[in-house]
Design a protein. Sequence first.
Length: 275
Amino acid sequence: VEVIGGILAGSLALVADAGHMMTDFAALSMAWLAFRVARRPADARRTYGFDRLSVLAAFVNGLALFAIAFWILVEAIRRLAEPQPVAGGLMLAVAAAGLLVNVAAFWILSRGDRGNLNLRAALLHVAGDLLGSVAAILAALVILGTGWTPIDPILSVLVAFLILYSAWNVVRESAHILLEGAPPGADPDGIAEDLRASVPEVIEVRHLHAWSISESRPMVTLEALIAAEADPEAVRRAIKSRLAEQFGFDHVTVEVQDERAADAARLPAGCSGPI
């Protein structure tokens, strides 16, 4: 409806919003598919399961938003250089109908988990559509009241920059997860220092790696050098408990080595004591 109305009315704001909504249809379908597939259990080939698919969907959606915003900017510049007549009445009617649809979609998505990156990407798509409809309505009112048609591409540029801002946040966060970046607040040096302070038997923390399968599944692996008299299993449990309580890590792999074994490993073959 927006494509036909935009062409007939000569409105870039409507055509831009229609293109955005069409891409959103694909984006929301991808987000829905990612949610469905992510429920599948892990298998022999995908031992972490399918949670990362939702992050990949968010990344692709963010890139799609960049492409849409760029097209809107290029078309707006062309329209500003060569103003075209716009049918304000038809533009207002179509934009109002689009706004109602976008408000309904935004309300439904806003009831979901805001912490999920995939859902946030989908919500941002719909928010961009909602802003596009509002911009089209404002442009139509200005055109009906004053006849000043450049307001149409000008407001389209404003929507494009809002879309770019949202897209950058989604792409940055999803790319960080895909590149195995450390979860927010998971500074390796800070974690190692906290473990040494909170678990007395820990002498040193080595080879600490923290990453996320998805925004809700942080993981960490590490090697702990512990005192010779310490109980390795008790220390391992204490480390896992501290990481879960203080940093939110539910999946932790800990390798424990006591200082006597570490000293022995550093001695040349045939030696039984310090050199």
